[in-house]
Design a binder for this molecule. Structure first.
Ligand code: HGY
Ligand code: MN
Ligand code: MN
Length: 426
């Protein structure tokens, strides 16, 4: 079903895309999009989005970890809020839609409610989370964890590659570390969380469909470690006398690939290798690595992390290396809430699209919000399934489709509410 007959939606979709382009210019590295927690680039992006919220008559605030929140009050100031949003931070050399599309579609849909003057039974809160990717401090979901009040205060002492603490990054983005873990809205104040996000995979393109309702989010383990060997002269140390840390890390990366290729549903990636001292004529003395392991089934993922830890120890022993290994983060697989998802499905159907369901291999802030309220997600097709890559792209008509679905989704409770009022009134 093409929505291009609705000029309003087409115009709104174009505005969302233009705003994604504008946010893409907020970057800490020229020539690409990089926006990490606490960076001036993220501050700039937050200021832009806050301006767009205020233009729409939405009250804005920042919370203790620096998230930007825009609230459309409901009839009862104490009423729970339905939260819609995503994240504004990015990975390194990112695409422009991973995160911002979800924030800006949510903002546009809530702005539409404000414009309509329609009474909502609950407050609507647009959340622009300040850190989902964990690029700078290697712990994902800092923003949403701070929002729900589950952020471990010990993380404030983490330092980045330039020895800047997470505490200072929090202050730089307008957060207030001293009040962290108090939680912005007490968990009881959330009616639910809905996140629109690009699929970051090829399934929707293969289906020829613009949207899908997410069924579950895969569990994720993040490991940080270091192989330490012996730096030496590349021209003089015989091959059989070396303790080359990089070769240890390379063997681990290949072992992770082999294991994940053999176990159904398992995905494993060594995404980072920092080589020390990092000179062409020096045998690597130490290599810091990251390992990302995911699976829809938690037992599969946890077993894989243990297997790879054993393998890493064997590689270190065989090559005369030391090994440090730390599971930095572990998030269980998260099923989406059936009731909230069925409301999303009904909206997709009512707008005239087939209702598809997809699991998410990527992590999302919904993983954290699920700790305190029902969550649901809507995927938007992305070109070639490409993401975490500057080539990330979406179609304006698919953005229009997502807007139409959110409009319908937000209208439904009001109708239900008024239906409830009518029945009680009669
Ligand atoms: O890593 C992820 O799955 C997400 O992009 N944070
Ligand atoms: Mn994302
Ligand atoms: Mn991402």
């Amino acid at each position: 079903m093409a929505l291009n007959h609705d000029p309003g939606l087409t115009t709104r979709a174009s505005r969302v895309m233009a705003r994604c382009d504008r946010l893409a210019a907020c970057t800490e590295e020229s020539g690409g999009i990089t926006r990490s927690y606490g960076s001036a680039a993220l501050v700039e992006a937050m200021v832009l989005v806050e301006g767009w919220m205020r233009e729409a008559g939405i009250e804005t605030r920042r919370d203790a970890v620096g998230n930007l929140l825009g609230r459309l009050p409901g009839p009862d100031p104490e009423a729970a809020a339905l939260v819609l949003g995503s994240h504004l931070d990015s990975v390194r050399d990112a695409g422009r839609y991973d995160g911002p599309l979800g924030v800006l579609v949510a903002l546009d849909a809530v702005a539409q409610v404000a414009l309509s003057g329609r009474r909502q039974p609950v407050a609507l809160e647009v959340a622009a989370f300040a850190d989902e990717e964990g690029l700078r401090f290697h712990t994902a979901y800092l923003g949403s964890s701070g929002y729900v009040g589950s952020l471990d205060r010990a993380l404030l002492e983490l330092v980045d590659a330039s020895s800047v603490s997470l505490r200072d990054a929090c202050l730089a983005i307008g957060g207030d570390p001293e009040t962290l873990s108090a939680g912005t809205p007490p968990p009881t104040a959330l009616e639910g969380y809905v996140e629109v996000h690009i699929e970051q995979g090829p399934a929707l393109e293969r289906l020829g469909a613009p949207l899908a309702v997410v069924s579950a989010i895969a569990g994720q383990s993040r490991v940080g470690g270091t192989f330490t060997g012996e730096a030496g002269h590349a021209g003089t140390v015989p091959m059989d006398e070396r303790h080359d840390a990089l070769l240890g890390a390379a063997e681990l990366a290949l072992a992770a690939e082999a294991l994940a290729s053999a176990v159904p549903g398992l995905i494993a990636t060594v995404g980072e290798l920092d080589v020390f001292p990092g000179a062409s004529n020096v045998i690597p003395g130490a290599v810091r690595f990251s390992l990302d392991v995911r699976a829809p089934d938690d037992r599969t993922r946890q077993t894989a992390v243990k297997t790879l830890h054993r393998r890493a120890r064997a590689i270190a022993a065989q090559r005369g290396l030391d090994l440090s290994w730390q599971v930095v983060q572990g998030n269980p697989a998260v099923p989406m809430d059936a009731t909230l998802s069925s409301r999303l499905e009904a909206a997709v159907d009512a707008v005239g699209f087939a209702v598809h369901h997809l699991p998410s291999g990527a992590g999302h802030d919904a993983v954290v919000l699920a700790q305190v309220c029902p969550v649901a997600m809507l995927f938007v097709r992305c070109t070639g399934g490409i993401s975490h890559n500057p080539a990330e792209a979406v179609l304006a008509e698919d953005v229009a489709a997502a807007l139409a679905v959110l409009d319908r989704f937000l209208a439904a409770p009001a109708e239900e509410g008024s239906r409830r009022e009518r029945t009680t009134a009669t």
